[in-house]
Unconditional design. Sequence first.
Length: 159
Amino acid sequence: MKKHKFTIAEHFAIWHVYGQKCFYCEQPLAFTEITIDHIIPEHISDDAEQLQAIKIQYGLNTDFSINDYCNWVPAHPHCNRGKGTTVYPATPALIMILEKVQSKGKQARKEADRIKRNMKGDDVLGKLGIALQGGMVSGMMLWLFSIAYHRSMNSMNRL
């Protein structure tokens, strides 16, 4: 299975809905360092039988998808690596966490849809200009973002 390539809108929506904090350590998380973690690891989608068993054990809807807002959380890279591909037992605490993630996922989907609807070229450029002029964003940050964006687009186009 190919790994999901997250869009910037998906990154932003997850980051925003979780209060710009890492899901695991609850420390502030800069947008430039965010990784998206799958609560139910992505590799599980390769095994339909295991995925079905997890859905039943965890009380997830039959339409639950591994690559969906309802399974994604923001994390620092080191926090994400720390969890790795661990599949945790279906404890009451984990079920409660999954319910929270499901709720936040719905909010994140709405946020991503809102972002996409409200993106108008001149508005974005105007806001970016204000952020640059006000020192909220540096030219260097914009340059680095541009490089990262082009790299991600090139890797998506190779798929």
